[in-house]
Design a protein around this ligand. Structure first.
Ligand code: TRP
Length: 332
């Protein structure tokens, strides 16, 4: 049996913009929790961002540091986990190349995420080798650290399945080597956006992790609630209300029961309910903002965190790659 502290965790995010509460409750919450129990590697997937942003690569640079800031604000502690940047650990590229040799094209073409994103991003030409190979690079990212768990959002499950298939194929061809990493989802998984659809930058329905209360307040006050509740005197149904999932995440249980009773008993209007949510939302955002301010006063910190993390990740990744080269008789 491997002890928990020796179990490894790997995950990454693409640097494509500021993180919102959907990211926090869907993924980051697990990242933060896991750093106390496992050996964790968290990285900025800048090469992955390039698969869709290749025409304007300059944009990616600014987002790298911003992403690490969001992580730090969420509570990732560089003393407890390894925070690094994919493109600074070249082993990812070499393992990607080697895994590419054994990955059948059909697996990539059938990948549901690939099909969906190509349909969504019609404005970009994603008919490229790099974009098709996205899951191969992702497999390399993961397998280099031989982890047991990969904490991701629900949308990544098809990728993870493909990652395991690639690991299995490697083991079949060259002998047992890679563990098959399991996805870890948060309990809540999904947080609806302000309009009830999935929270997403492209829908403009987000509350950002770094957002000030002055900007959050009007957003919450204009949120859709239970759309069947026409009048103040109609009883509401938290089960179909778009606000209630927020209470579930942010409001302590006791108050939540009170809220539920006030809603279903038509004792409260939705405005009352929103005001209560705002107080708990503020309690939630405040510590994040404090940690973010710490960074503002030490401008070199993000660079230092990444440099140290890159170094540690390189060592680990190179060790795996040495063994992989051995398995392939490519240890010249
Ligand atoms: N595809 C992931 C996303 O879009 C990012 C990612 C890249 C990743 N490599 C990874 C996640 C490895 C987990 C493990 O969110």
């Amino acid at each position: 049996m491997i002890q928990d502290t020796q179990k490894r965790v790997v995950s990454g995010m693409r640097p494509t913009g500021p993180l919102h509460l959907g990211h926090f409750f869907g993924v980051l919450k697990n990242w933060v929790e896991f750093q106390d129990s496992y050996t964790c590697y968290y990285f900025v997937a800048d090469w992955h961002a390039l698969t869709s942003e290749y025409a304007e690569p300059g944009k990616i640079k600014g987002f790298v540091g911003e992403l690490v800031k969001d992580w730090y604000a969420a509570g990732l502690d560089p003393e407890k986990c390894v925070i690094f940047q994919q493109s600074q650990v070249k082993a990812h590229a070499e393992l990607c190349l080697l895994l590419g040799m054994i990955t059948p094209l059909g697996w990539l073409e059938r990948n549901p995420t690939y099909k969906e994103i190509r349909q969504e991003l019609v404005s970009k030409d994603l008919n490229t080798f790099g974009f098709l190979g996205y899951p191969v690079l992702q497999s390399a990212d993961i397998l280099l650290y031989r982890p047991q768990y990969v904490p991701v959002g629900q949308d990544q499950l098809p990728h993870l399945e493909l990652n395991r298939e690639i690991a299995r194929r490697f083991n079949y061809l060259y002998g047992d080597f890679f563990p098959e990493p399991q996805a870890k989802l948060t309990e809540t998984a999904k947080l609806p956006g302000l309009d009830g659809r999935k929270m997403s930058k492209s829908y403009g329905n987000c509350i950002y992790m770094g957002e000030a209360m002055d900007s959050v307040r009007p957003k919450v006050m204009s949120m859709l609630t239970d759309t069947n509740r026409m009048r103040r005197s109609d009883p509401g149904d938290p089960g179909i209300c778009n606000l209630y999932p927020y209470h579930r995440l942010m409001t302590p249980r006791e108050q939540r029961e009170e809220i539920r009773a006030n809603c279903t008993g038509a004792k409260w209007g939705c405005v009352d309910c929103k005001k209560v949510l705002l107080t708990f939302l503020q309690d939630f955002l405040e510590p994040l903002q404090l940690r973010r301010r710490e960074l503002d006063t030490s401008p070199g910190l993000i660079g230092d965190i990444l440099n140290a993390g890159n170094e540690r990740a390189r060592k680990e990744a190179e060790a795996t790659l040495d063994l992989v080269r051995e398995k392939l008789n490519f240890n010249f």
